[in-house]
Every structure is written in structure tokens, then in C-alpha cells.
Design a protein around this ligand. Sequence first.
Ligand code: AMP
Ligand code: MG
Length: 416
Amino acid sequence: MFFKKLLRTSEAWRIIKNVLEKIELPIEEVEVDSALGRYLAEDVKSNVDIPPYDKSAVDGFAVKSMDLTGASLYNPALLKYIGEVAIGSSPRYVIREGEAVKVDTGAPIPGGADAVVELESCNILGEYVEVTKRVAPFANVIRKGEDVEKGEIVAERGYRIKPWDIALIKGVGVEKIKVYKPPKVVLISTGSELSPSWENGKIVDTNKPNLKNLLKLLSIDALDMGIVGDMREEVKKALETACENADIIITTGGVSVGERDYTIKILEEIGEIYLHGVAVRPGMPFAFAKIGDTLVFALPGNPVAAYVDYKLFVETSILHLYSAKPPDIPIMAKLKYKIPSSLGFKEFVRVKLENTGKEVYAIPVRRRGSSILSSIVRSDGVVVIPEDSEGLPEGTTTRVYLHTQPWKGILEDGNS
Ligand code: AMP
Ligand code: MG
């Protein structure tokens, strides 16, 4: 058996997305304090105005700006010093024409005042204060609601919570938020040659730690079902057991068309295969299937192939389920060397970024094979060579998709 037809990534994504549309992740309410990295299931709105009152941005004197119309260094205005407002207290004063009140940074502005003159432009003369400059209305005043207005959205559904979001959400009086519950994910490595740690004559199962920790970045604590040998019954039992408890199964290995590639054969037997074989390099023998309601992402065993397919299909799918809207920040770089590629395949070439100060270069890693795990570690991201191209010449300005970011839009046609 050979691959009947390799799908373009855009076609593969259309098929997967169609399946995902029917899935809704459950929602849970959590304390904002413990929501780092979670994805919001609803908009968060402010309960209050921030700041809650007009406040001073400096240490100085609150004044009526009108009183200082003609004031200058050589012609200072003389105002009556009627008291002060310390930070943390509420103003007892309402100032009238010709009066001033001393205010600390952050203190509320007394009634009647519309601006603050910084201390450096004031001379205190007993009961009076001499002001040596004019100020515009609202100078040095942080207006009520200037940071956030009551009712304003401070974080949108699908947004991933970052440290400063926790700060702002708490700042506007919201303590609990609704987030998506992560899907239950089970990881299975297949391959009789594999071992969980280094052992003479064996291959370390490096896909497991990579995938496990990639999933952690999506708030998912995946269940590790260990290593399964290349035997029909073992693979079948593992998949059957996994789907009892999982929303998503991720397997690696055994998805090609060889005699002992049982993952595909078992998926055919106990599930439904939606696609097998995508025109990507590395990562061509990827399959997407369902067993009952459980989604199965069957990735190839080669570490770079598994990683690329994870970034392309698994991460994108989970982000889709989270309604995530990751920011699209294109990093553009100039290719230091030409990259050859095969027509008909979307190729993902690992590159290191180098900023010379004048130019940002993308330097393709030297060892490129789909088994070369160090090519991920020694690079910052990937350059995409589209299906209809036989490579990119040296000096091409091209986009770099970073390992640390979702590869947004990369599955669509015409992206590179
Ligand atoms: P397969 O996709 O099962 O044909 O495996 C292709 C290559 O990837 C073989 O050289 C395997 O030894 C290697 N490989 C398979 N699974 C893993 C894994 N979990 N970790 C590291 N290498 C693997
Ligand atoms: Mg294998």
C-alpha cells in the first residue's frame, strides 16, 4: 500500500476543522490568580472605573488652570494654600478661584481643581504659593476611567491569560473568570526499538518529553501511556484503552505504509481515518482519525516530523478548540543561503536568526533530516517553502515561524 494522494495542508486543515466544529470544550470557573496560560471562555469586563477618581500624576498643587493664565517665571501667580490631600485620603477641600491644595502623587484631585502644577514650579510662601508657569486643563491629572472604563472589555474570549492580564483583571475587581477546561490528552509512543531513557542498543523515546511539554504550554497535563511495541495486539489494546479516557490521543510512529506500521492498520479497524498523508516535509505520513468520539492525531516517529506535525495540526487544533486568537507577529528575515526543496511539498526548514544590526538573516541549519532532533534545538523557527516552489534563492526575504509561537496561518495556501 502506498499513499493514494497526499493532501495539501489547506485541505488537511479543512477536514480537521470540520471535525473540530462539532466539539465544544467544557468551561470552568477559576481564580484569576491561578489562571496563567489558560484560555478565556468569555469576555472579562471591568466592574469599575480605573482609576476610580481623577488623581494626581505628580507631587504638586491642585489648581484651577484658569488662575494661571498669565503666570510665568517672571510673573508668577500667587494662590492661597488652603491645605493638602495625602495619598490614601479623600479630599476635604473644594477649591475656589485663587486657591491651591497640595496633593501627593496618586492622591485624588479636590473638587473645583482641574489641573496640578508640579512642586518644582511652585514656591511656598507661608500661606501662599507662588506658581511660575501656566498649565493646560487636566495637566498632570489622570482622569477617572482613563486606564479602564467601567464595563469595558479587558480581555476577550479566546485570549490566553498572561501575567499582566492577571494584574489588570484583579485591578478591575474581578476575582474569578471562566476558562476552557483543557482536553484530556493521552500520549502513546510506538516502536519496539524505543526506551524511556538511555539504554544501550535502544533509541530514547524523545517524542514523549517533547510532546508532553509542548502540551504543557497549552495548559494540558497529558497522560503518558508509555511505549508500545510494534505488535498488532499491543497497539490495538493501547488505542482501545486510551480512548476510554481521552478526548485526544496522540501517537507517534507506525503511520507509514510498511508491514509493521500497525497504528494505521488498527485505526482503520477500530476507528475512522479522515486523512492519511499530507504533502509536507518533514511529517508526510501524518494521519487524523477518530475512535468513537476520541480524536486521534497519528504522528510519524521521526522526531522532527512528529514535531512539525504537532505544530501544524495538533497545536492548531487545540488552539481552535480554545477559540484562541494568537497574535500574528510576522518575523521577516533574509535567507543567508539558498534552500532547495521538492516541488509538490510544503517544506519546513529550520533556521537560526541572526541580527547583524543592518539585516536580520535566517540561516538554515546544516543537518536537516527529519530524524535530526538537534536541528530544532539549534534553530529559532522554520521557513516555509510552498508546494509550488522548488526552493528559495539566497537573499529571499521570507517569514520565520518561531518555535515559541503558534504557527498561525501556516496551513493556508500561499503562506510562506
Ligand atoms: P516510524 O515512524 O515508526 O517508522 O519511525 C521512524 C523513525 O523514528 C525510526 O528511526 C524510529 O526509531 C524513530 N522514532 C520512532 N518513534 C520515536 C520516538 N518516540 N522517539 C524518537 N525516535 C523515534
Ligand atoms: Mg516505528
